[in-house]
Design a protein around this ligand. Sequence first.
Ligand SMILES: C[S@@+](CC[C@H](N)C(=O)[O-])C[C@H]1O[C@@H](n2cnc3c(N)ncnc32)[C@H](O)[C@@H]1O
Length: 214
Amino acid sequence: MAQRDGDYYDDHDLYDATARGVPGDVAFYRDLAVASGGPVVELGVGTGRIAIPIAAAGIAVIGIDLSPAMLAVARRRAAAAGVEARLHLDEGDMRTFTVARPVPLVAIPFRAFLHNLTVEDQRATLDAAYRALAPGGRLVLNVFNPDLALITVWRGRSRRARVPLDADGRVEAHHDYAADAPAVTSTVPGAPACGCAAPRSRCATSFGRRWRAC
Ligand SMILES: C[S@@+](CC[C@H](N)C(=O)[O-])C[C@H]1O[C@@H](n2cnc3c(N)ncnc32)[C@H](O)[C@@H]1O
């Protein structure tokens, strides 16, 4: 199963404080979308960080995401930007989504593809994207570029690392690289109200990513 562990994506304040994207990715995907003529599908659309600039450039976007909380923020931001007519947002799963008409571009920005934790899920997502594409259409995504030297060192061992997530280093994640698996579990402090009695600062949420298919 693709995982959306914990509730990291249910807390858009936490998400926005810790996830700023890859430098240049907004312009990169916007320019591809404009060149394709649209409409485009964005899988794992999140809060619309990429989809809204694409819609603002005049291209229709179908944004799909598992998280109702992220989609709610995207809807608000699309309305504030005046692009809601060009941004169709659907709660859905990248492994099983379908479109009414084939599109020239399917994009999976900011490593959302890595939420597919099994090869089966990776293939299901690639198949679903293939079925959504018009002839000659393109799937464009980005993933971590694995450092083979580090993977060799970590192989067979579990490794924990503390990684600053925000610009000024106030939010630190614990990354736990699994032994013998191309996977990392990130634990982020400051989970949203989860119903427990502990103060928010003592809560945490975690999510997994898998960075290569082998
Ligand atoms: C790192 S965020 C990327 C958000 C946005 N694309 C951006 O660049 O800011 C990953 C998003 O993928 C969504 N997601 C995770 N697994 C998914 C799945 N199987 N199908 C659809 N969306 C998924 C999460 O809810 C989250 O909003």
